[in-house]
Design a protein around this ligand. Structure first.
Ligand code: TXA
Ligand code: MG
Length: 315
């Protein structure tokens, strides 16, 4: 495709961000739409470009301890332990914010979400620009981009892109609120509740998404993240009778055949592939996507995949 001229080198990405622009950059989870965390006009641009509701707060991405101290008000022992253990990596910690952190970032909450991404290009970019706000770079309502070409699906070349290839994890980071007791997982990801519990040696729970108090403390969880044009359904005992314009995503190795993608219990591959499959399905005019039900949550990725699928499958 010819319009890929919006791929830019790191030096240009640094310049653009310093001048208050938004740039899409790769992380190990999904591509982010980055802007200078201290420039409120640039942050406004992020909301405008994405079409993101302003009550949905943003994650601040940091690359050093120095960055962290500009954003975090205080860092508890448990938060420190999790940072030591999982950073750089796909764990976002919700902690008390410094007064100076813009309300625009946190939707007026007293907390801020922070993570250090495990991607060399992201880290180098942030080292040169300072802390960056970055939601997943998709247009609101689309699957998160996991490949640079996904940015062209959504913005048609209007957004400069730092090309880091395919995102290795493929689904968004685990988000945990460290300001509640017990600590609450607001969004499951590849880092599991159990491994977090082992590090902090305290109970960790999944947030109850129907709890109204919680929704006001974490407005983002009320938004569904994406919905492909195709209808997504759990595969029931009965097979679809008409295989035209159908895609089946299976995992247990048994189901085979035309229009079936089987991940053979490789949930890492499933997670890395999911959003790309959704986008491909829309491009190919697929009308129905059936997903094989998961029997047991054998991997944190199964928990995370179920969470993402539950948001698009309306039964
Ligand atoms: O993997 C990721 O986390 C990617 C990459 C780019 O880092 N980013 C990402 O950002 O998924 P976003 O904006 O699509 O999702 C951030 C989630 C939202 O559900 C938001 O509501 C929640 O984190 N969040 C952000 N700040 C929060 C806060 N202070 N309290 C509670 N939830 C917060
Ligand atoms: Mg998102």
């Amino acid at each position: 495709m010819s319009q890929k001229s919006n791929y830019i080198p790191l030096s240009r990405a640094v310049e653009l961000i310093k001048a208050g622009n938004v740039v899409s950059f790769p992380t190990e989870t999904v591509y982010g739409l980055g802007a200078d965390a201290f420039n409120s006009d640039a942050i406004d641009n992020v909301f405008t470009v994405k079409g993101r509701p302003s009550d949905n707060p943003l994650i601040v991405h940091v690359a050093s301890l120095d960055d962290l101290t500009k954003i975090a008000d205080s860092i508890s022992n448990d938060t420190q332990k999790l940072m030591n253990h999982f950073w750089p990596g796909p764990l976002t910690l919700v902690i008390p914010k410094k007064k100076s952190v813009l309300d625009r970032i946190t939707a007026g909450l007293p907390t801020v979400a922070i993570r250090m991404p495990n991607h060399p290009l992201a880290m180098e970019l942030i080292r040169q620009t300072g802390p960056l706000v970055a939601p997943s770079a998709n247009l609101s309502g689309k699957p998160s981009p996991t490949r640079p070409e996904h940015l062209f699906d959504d913005y048609g070349g209007d957004i400069p892109v730092l090309d880091g290839g395919i995102c290795q994890v493929g689904i968004e980071s685990t988000v945990i609120n460290m300001t509640t007791q017990p600590y609450l997982i607001l969004r499951p990801g590849s880092i599991s509740k159990e491994t977090i519990q082992e590090i902090v040696k305290k109970p960790v729970e999944y947030a109850d998404l129907k709890d109204n108090n919680l929704v006001s403390a974490s407005p983002g969880i009320k938004y569904s993240h994406y919905s492909p044009d195709a209808k997504v359904m759990w595969l029931s005992e009965e097979f679809p009778s008409d295989f035209n314009n159908v895609l089946i995503l299976a995992h247990d190795g048994r189901l085979r055949g035309k229009r079936i993608v089987n991940y053979n219990m490789d949930f890492e591959l499933f997670a890395r592939d999911l959003y790309d499959r959704f986008r491909m399905a829309d491009r190919d005019g697929i009308e129905k996507i059936y997903v094989q039900r998961f029997d047991v949550e054998v991997s944190p990725l199964v928990t995370a995949l179920k969470n993402r699928l539950d948001k698009v499958i309306l039964e």
